[in-house]
Ligand binder design. Structure first.
Ligand SMILES: C[S@@+](CC[C@H](N)C(=O)[O-])C[C@H]1O[C@@H](n2cnc3c(N)ncnc32)[C@H](O)[C@@H]1O
Length: 288
């Protein structure tokens, strides 16, 4: 569960975009500088979907550092960005090793940083950044790592926008008698090590809110649930298959019933009857 493919991240990006609450950006924006470029650090950027979501909504002058340990995902970022830019009337250019994004409302420089965030968070100079952001990372990290991140952010006066932490809720339609059991097993699996120590899994957003409040942030959290309809069958198939294999990993003796559940749910996806809601939370923090 620690490897993420560019295809999977591409499949989830439209669901992520639809799920995120735009008013958190309006809430965080006044805490960012207006007289110069806003410097943004995106942790665990993948192919840069958080940049594609946030940059046009923040607007103005921006400089981003996209950090991830996976060179394949970082390598896929320019092409993903170009495809997105072409569809959104944004001009892409280069300036040395940086990429640039430009349109009437946005002028943005983008750099990539390959770094193992579990091991080398301390090599990043947080004082360079106004906003530290991430999407779909915090459920993978441990309490200790999250605390370290929070401290670095507050000591450097960074605003925070941590999006799309899975919160343990999975609602499937039509309902199957085994859904609740599978969800519980998935949540057990979520708490296993993902490279950062014992993972927070479904507790990530609650822990983040508590931590940021303790560190003195003004905090706001909102749901960013995926609402996946029957037309999104490829995303549904990936999710349901992933849940079944995660459940089987933590309950080996239940493999037969998990496989039967998987086949029932996939049949509903194929028949166009299946809908899923997956609970997520976005957390924003402003330095008081
Ligand atoms: C669920 S994906 C989210 C990617 C991206 N933020 C998005 O929303 O599409 C988790 C990301 O965490 C990255 N990641 C996992 N462990 C990491 C580590 N130790 N250091 C840096 N990045 C890591 C993965 O490479 C992957 O890009």
């Amino acid at each position: 569960m620690t490897g993420f493919s560019a295809d999977w991240l591409g499949l989830r990006e439209p669901a992520d975009t639809a799920a995120r609450p735009p008013d958190l950006i309006d809430w965080i924006a006044p805490s960012l500088p207006r007289d110069r470029s806003v410097h943004v650090l995106d942790l665990a950027t993948g192919t840069g979907s958080n940049l594609r979501y946030l940059a046009p909504r923040l607007g103005g002058l921006q400089q981003w550092v996209l950090a991830d340990h996976d060179p394949v995902l970082l390598g896929a970022m320019p092409e993903r960005l170009s495809t997105w830019a072409a569809a959104n009337d944004v001009a892409v250019g280069t300036a040395g090793k940086s990429l640039t994004l430009q349109n009437a409302g946005l002028s943005c420089r983008v750099d990539r940083l390959q770094v193992d965030l579990a091991r080398d968070l301390g090599t990043i100079d947080f004082t360079r950044f106004d906003l530290v952001s991430t999407a779909a990372l915090l459920d993978l990290v441990s309490d200790v790592w999250l605390e370290d991140l929070g401290r670095r952010c507050v000591e450097s006066g960074c605003s925070i926008l941590f999006a799309l932490s899975y919160d343990g809720r999975i609602d499937c339609t039509p309902v199957d008698p085994l859904d609740a059991r599978i969800r519980d097993l998935v949540n057990d699996h979520q708490r296993t090590e993902k490279g950062f120590g014992p993972a927070l899994g479904p507790d990530a957003a609650t822990r983040t809110v508590r931590l940021l409040e303790r560190l003195g942030y003004e905090v706001r959290a909102e749901h960013s649930d995926w609402r996946i309809d029957a037309a999104q069958s490829a995303l549904q198939t990936e999710l349901i298959t992933g849940w079944a294999s995660a459940a089987a990993e933590v309950a080996l003796d239940e493999r037969a019933s998990i496989e039967a559940w998987l086949q029932r749910r996939l049949a509903w996806v194929r028949d166009g009857q299946s809908r899923l809601v997956v609970g997520h939370v976005d957390v924003a923090g402003r330095v008081r």
